[in-house]
Design a protein around this ligand. Structure first.
Ligand SMILES: Nc1ncnc2c1ncn2[C@@H]1O[C@H](COP(=O)(O)OP(=O)(O)OP(=O)(O)O)[C@@H](O)[C@H]1O
Length: 301
């Protein structure tokens, strides 16, 4: 089977069709969920992020990769409203998100996951989930003076949390402290928490970090399921296994800039990418894209 036949597909289209032209940094997408322009952020003299233009395709899984210090986390923090850029504009679903705090972005349908903090570790799994739904109606003035509505909302939140915990196979852990979970279970909890607000666009922060190899496939399946359910996913990850197996599109950063983007099988062959980033990992057979394909070479959607 020719390698060209193995192009990843999204909703039946070849991944390269996500873009309006040949893969290159900043290439416009046919249906972008997020469009960012002229985003800069410096810390002292360090230009952590200097992204001229980038678009994230809707209903696809996009990987944001790059060497240590490339600016991935900083860009993630900016786009998700946890940090403010020095300059820049970005739109989610055609509406500006610049200057919008994270909790408001979540109400509009864009959420990001967090590595569980010490505070969250001291909560039970169920309470941690409920907190993921905060800044909803229960916190508004109207709802706080109408306890019956507030209680109804509480009940709804708990029901949603239980449904998600079951889906992520964490239901039997609901009364355990988050600190007692394994690395993989913590990642599942981070993902499940993000879904409490029923998002359209999910930004995953290193979803594979600290995950036992035995749980890797299950985590990959959960991420692919987000796409199957209609969500758009952007993830920052060092784990090339994940990039090769589930990304429909890859954005590569180096020294604050987007230096390459495209379908994984193209990006992994790009000499600039290999030099800037992948060279030191070539022993991991990083150029081979196995993906999730059926026997005919069609990507499993
Ligand atoms: N709060 C901060 N204060 C000072 N410098 C920072 C801060 N955050 C990031 N930087 C610097 O900005 C640059 C980009 O860092 P960033 O963490 O965004 O990179 P990254 O690609 O996510 O790296 P890694 O893969 O190692 O997490 C680095 O030089 C880093 O030292």
């Amino acid at each position: 089977m020719a390698t060209e036949d193995l192009a990843p597909t999204v909703h039946g289209e070849k991944a390269v069709d996500l873009a309006t032209g040949p893969a290159r940094p900043g290439v416009p997408k046919k249906d972008p969920i997020l469009v960012a322009d002229h985003i800069t952020r410096s810390f002292g003299g360090v230009h952590a992020v200097d992204v001229d233009h980038v678009e994230i395709p809707r209903h696809a899984i996009t990987a944001l990769i790059g060497p240590n210090g490339a600016g991935k986390t900083t860009l993630f923090n900016l786009l998700s409203g946890f940090d403010r850029p020095d300059t820049g504009e970005w739109e989610f679903n055609g509406r500006s998100l610049a200057g919008i705090p994270a909790w408001k972005a979540a109400r509009r349908g864009q959420v990001r996951t967090f590595q569980l903090t010490k505070v969250l570790n001291r909560l039970t799994v169920l309470d941690s989930m409920k907190l993921g739904a905060s800044k909803q109606k229960g916190e508004s003035l109207l709802f706080s003076v109408l306890p019956f509505t507030w209680r109804a909302q509480e009940k709804q939140i708990e029901e949603r949390a239980l449904v998600l915990l079951e889906k992520f196979r964490l239901l039997d852990k609901k009364d355990d402290y988050a600190a007692a979970l394994s690395g993989g279970q913590r990642k599942l909890l981070e993902m499940a928490r993000a879904l409490m607000t029923d998002p359209e666009f999910v930004l995953l922060d290193e979803p594979m970090a600290g995950v036992n190899p035995a749980l890797v496939q299950s985590l990959l399946d959960h991420v692919v399921n987000l796409k199957r359910e209609g969500m758009t996913v952007l993830f920052v990850e060092h784990d090339m296994h994940m990039v090769r197996h589930i990304a429909d599109w890859v954005v590569v950063m180096a020294e604050g800039r987007v230096v390459a983007e495209g379908p994984p099988q193209e990006v992994m062959k790009d000499e600039a990418v290999v030099d800037a980033y992948l060279g030191s990992h070539l022993d991991q057979d990083i150029g081979v894209i196995t993906g999730r394909y059926d026997e005919e070479g069609n990507r499993i959607p």
